[in-house]
Write a protein that binds this ligand. Structure first.
Ligand code: E4P
Length: 212
C-alpha cells in the first residue's frame, strides 16, 4: 500500500484523485503546518481519505495516551490507525490497545524494537529509512533486518522518511510491505523523463481510435 504523508487537505485530495493512493499518514509536525485545529483537520481528512488515516498520539503518560486514542477514534472512526512512538511507554500502550484498535509503532530505529512491536500486536512497524541512514548509517539494512525478524509475524513494515523514488524502490526491495511519502515523491515516482519522451514520440508519429 502507498500512503501520502501529509495533513494538507488539497494534497490529500490530489493524492486520492490519483486512484492508487489508498491512505494518509499524519504526524504532529504535519498537523501543526495546517491552518486548522487538529480536530477539524482530522475530520476533513477522514471525509476524503478512502482508507486508513494515521494519527500519532502526543500525550506523554499511559492514561493520557489511552484517552487520546479514544478521542481520535471518535473523530476518525474505523479508518483510524494509531501511530504510537517506539518507547517503553508506547509499547505498553500498544499492547493495551492493539486488540481493540489498529496500532502502528512509529519511529523504529532497531530490529529489536520491531520485534516488540510485533509482540505488542501492532499492525504496522514504521521504519524511518532516510533518518536511519543519516543517523545510523544504513536505513536499508534496518528494513532488511526488520523484514527477517517479522517474516512469520502479522506485523507489516511501513517505510517512512523516504526522500527519492530510488530510495523507495530500494526500501521495497529490502522487504518493506508499504510506504508513505510526501506529495513531491508521489509525483516523482509516477514520472520518468523517458516515459514522457516515449509517449510524446507516439503522439507525434501515431494514431489511435480517437486520433491524435
Ligand atoms: C512518517 O509517518 C513521518 O511522517 C515521516 O516520514 C517522517 O520522516 P522525515 O521527517 O524524515 O521526512
Amino acid at each position: 500500500m502507498i500512503y501520502l504523508d501529509s495533513a494538507f487537505i488539497e494534497e490529500v485530495e490530489s493524492a486520492v484523485a490519483m486512484g492508487w493512493v489508498k491512505g494518509v499518514t499524519t504526524n504532529p509536525t504535519l498537523l501543526n503546518k495546517v491552518n486548522l485545529s487538529p480536530e477539524v483537520c482530522l475530520k476533513q481528512l477522514t471525509a476524503i481519505c478512502p482508507g486508513e488515516l494515521y494519527y500519532q498520539l502526543c500525550a506523554r503518560d499511559f492514561p493520557g495516551m489511552v484517552a487520546e486514542a479514544s478521542k481520535a477514534r471518535e473523530i476518525i472512526g474505523d479508518k483510524i490507525v494509531l501511530k504510537i512512538p517506539a518507547t517503553e511507554l508506547g509499547f505498553r500502550v500498544t499492547a493495551h490497545l492493539s486488540s481493540s484498535i489498529n496500532c502502528s509503532v512509529t519511529a523504529i530505529y532497531s530490529p529489536a524494537q520491531a520485534a516488540i512491536a510485533s509482540e505488542a500486536g501492532a499492525k504496522y512497524a514504521i521504519a524511518y529509512v532516510n533518518r536511519a541512514t543519516r543517523l545510523l548509517g544504513d536505513g536499508l539494512a534496518l528494513v532488511r533486518e526488520m523484514s527477517e525478524i517479522l517474516k512469520d509475524s502479522k506485523t507489516e513494515i511501513l517505510a517512512a522518511s523516504l526522500k527519492s523514488p530510488e530510495e523507495v524502490a530500494a526500501t521495497l526491495q529490502a522487504g518493506a510491505d508499504h510506504l508513505t511519502v510526501p506529495m513531491s515523491i508521489l509525483n516523482a515516482m509516477a514520472t520518468h523523463e523517458l516515459s514522457e519522451k516515449t509517449v510524446a514520440e507516439f503522439t507525434t508519429n501515431g494514431i489511435g481510435i480517437t486520433g491524435y
